[in-house]
Design a protein around this ligand. Structure first.
Ligand code: DQA
Length: 141
């Protein structure tokens, strides 16, 4: 699940966020999941309420794990955090950039304390690593 402006990956400040497009990242993640026998739905929105609705829908759909880059909502969205704690679906918080090495106001995330864990600063590899963890957890018996 990708938050606002991540649809612009590839052209958005590539020195910070890389040159890969969101579509390329999603295709790779879907392929990895499929090879592991896990279904992955990729979703991006620029709208807070749409993301909240999607998290609520995830519960109804029986989603077992979420990999989330809240993007700028990291710093503002109590609603999205509350949705995640409401549905009690475990999630990993991913940021392409190291939010602790940038402007001081980027360092505090509303999500970190309720996430299983977080992956920061590893570019799009962070999504792969989070997915690897999710797959291991979902397929463990
Ligand atoms: C981001 C970091 C945030 O500070 C920023 O608002 C984003 C992207 C990242 O992936 O590095 O939109 O979440």
């Amino acid at each position: 699940m990708h938050g606002p402006n991540l649809n612009l990956l590839g052209i958005r400040e590539p020195d910070i966020y890389g040159r890969e497009t969101l579509e390329a990242i999603n295709l790779r993640l879907v392929a990895t999941a499929r090879a592991a026998g896990v279904k992955l739905d990729a979703f991006q929105s620029n709208h807070e309420g749409v993301l909240v609705d999607r998290v609520q829908q995830a519960k109804a759909d029986g989603v077992g794990f979420i990999v989330l880059n809240p993007a700028a909502f990291t710093y503002s969205s109590i609603a999205l955090r509350d949705a995640l704690t409401a549905v009690q679906i475990p999630f990993i918080e991913v940021h392409l950039s190291n939010i602790h090495a940038r402007e001081p106001w980027r360092a505090h995330s509303h999500f970190t304390a309720v996430a299983v864990g977080s992956v920061l600063g590893l570019g799009s590899r962070g999504y792969d690593l989070a997915l690897e963890y999710a797959i291991a957890r979902l397929t463990a018996r």
